[in-house]
Design a protein around this ligand. Structure first.
Ligand code: 13P
Length: 252
């Protein structure tokens, strides 16, 4: 049985005070939920503060990115060890915004993935096609390529620690969610690919989140799908009310 996981990707939002208010509200509202893993991924500047607030709560902490080197002259970058040090258990890798604006590729995803696993951070690896690729009927090819290249040479033991987030780019921040059927179709395909590369048992254990305009109104239909094991939530994770409600509906 796969435990669902809801993660909030705050992207480049929130000052310290705003973040403290949000996370205190989450702590208050979500403290007794046990059927769902809950994670928040704030910007780097807020990790320390939030880490202290959520200590001994059921809310986990994640970074939004990391660099693959352990340390050195890499201005502006943050290592896996630094994330771990500040209290993170998770890290998002290869988000489509990183791929689009910062030139990340499946190759850099693979390097970051290894760096995260080495420090025992749980990687949330984002994959997904653009609108153009979907319209050209290339969704499965793109997703397959991202899996094959991104997870290249990962052992069975390693892949079991990974969470995959299927985020169709055309559904991110657009209000245009994939229908539950569209999402499920790709999730099932992803699980098949994992089964082919590794085996059926591993495929049945790995968690696959959906991301892209997830909100209170659509979470229930999405989570009902057999191969959807949670959500990576952007916009709706920035307000306590909507994030709390999404998590509660999944917990039920
Ligand atoms: P939205 O929920 O704002 O569409 O963002 C999704 C996302 O990119 C989460 O990583």
């Amino acid at each position: 049985m796969r435990k669902p996981i809801i993660a909030g990707n705050w992207k480049m939002h929130k000052t310290t005070l705003e973040a403290i208010n949000l996370v205190n509200a989450l702590k208050r509202e979500l403290y007794n939920l046990e059927n769902v893993d809950i994670v928040v991924c704030p910007p780097f500047t807020l990790l320390n503060e939030i880490s202290e607030i959520i200590q001994e709560s059921n809310i986990g902490l994640g970074g939004q990115d990391l660099f693959w080197e352990g340390e050195g002259a890499f201005t502006g970058e943050v290592s896996a060890k630094m994330l771990k040090d500040v209290g993170c258990s998770y890290v998002i890798i290869g988000h489509s915004e990183r791929r689009k604006y910062f030139g990340e590729t499946d190759e850099t995803v693979n390097k970051k993935l290894r760096a995260a696993l080495k420090e025992e951070l749980i990687p949330i690896v984002c994959i997904g096609e653009s609108l153009e690729q979907r319209e050209e009927g290339k969704t499965f090819d793109i997703v397959k390529e991202q899996i094959v290249q991104g997870f290249k040479d990962l052992s069975a033991e390693e892949i079991l620690k990974v969470i995959i987030a299927y985020e169709p780019i055309w559904a991110i921040g657009t209000g245009r969610t994939a229908t539950p059927e569209q999402a499920e179709e790709v999730h099932r395909f992803i699980r098949q690919q994992i089964s082919e590369i590794y085996n059926e048992e591993i495929a049945s254990l790995i968690r696959i989140q959906y991301g892209g305009s997830v909100k209170v109104e659509n979470i229930e239909e999405l989570i009902k799908q057999e191969d959807i094991d949670g959500a990576l939530v952007g916009g709706a994770s920035l307000e306590a009310d909507s994030f709390v409600e999404i998590v509660k509906r999944v917990n039920q």
